[in-house]
Design a protein around this ligand. Structure first.
Ligand SMILES: [Zn+2]
Length: 190
């Protein structure tokens, strides 16, 4: 199954051929999930890409998923996800919710380090947290300020909409260029 995906990078595969590739095993779907969740293969489905139909699978590239880390066991991953309520600890989105910053794709959670491994952080439960793909990609080494950002975002999420808009105005005033770049990026990804 792994080889078949690797031979077909960028090609949309469907459930019928994957069933055949598995030798007609009913658990082929579980094998695909293992490849993605345990081996870090960047396989997407209709949950990730609106252009895919249910039953279609696409290996984006041979590069492993960001932050995928073999040294974190399946058990530790589920423990951290469960403790964090299956919610991104940076932006607060829950797993499977359509992500407004990702073209409405369903949020997928990864395990991230609170203190980055490059700065001595360990693969231990108290140094791990659930982060969505969007936050994961924009934050590779900004680990030192993350705990404050988490608290801030949690407070902003609980604030009334009027206050949130005030925060938005303040941030845009402070970072006009970055705000424009973010909007451009969002518009381009539509
Ligand atoms: Zn997030």
């Amino acid at each position: 199954m792994r080889e078949y995906f690797l031979r077909n990078v960028g090609v949309i595969l469907n459930s019928v051929e994957l069933f055949d590739v598995s030798g007609g095993k009913t658990e082929w779907g579980r094998r695909v999930r293992e490849l993605r969740n345990q081996e870090g293969m960047n396989i997407v489905t209709h949950n990730d890409r609106s252009e895919l139909k249910p039953g279609q699978y696409l290996l984006i590239s041979t590069k492993p998923l960001p932050f995928f880390d073999r040294s974190i066991s399946k058990e530790l991953r589920s423990f951290v996800l469960d403790r964090n309520g299956y919610t991104c600890q940076m932006c607060g989105i829950a797993a499977g919710e359509p992500h407004p910053a990702d073209n409405g794709r369903k949020a997928r959670l990864h395990i991230g380090h609170i203190i980055d491994k490059s700065m001595g952080g360990k693969d231990e439960a108290n140094n791990l947290k659930a982060v969505c793909s969007v936050c994961n990609e924009g934050s590779s080494n900004l680990t030192l300020n993350r705990p404050d950002a988490i608290k801030l975002l949690a407070q902003i999420r609980r604030a009334p909409a009027g206050d949130q808009l005030d925060v938005l105005k303040w941030v845009i005033t402070k970072f006009p260029k970055q705000a424009r770049d973010i909007l451009d990026k969002l518009n381009n990804s539509v």
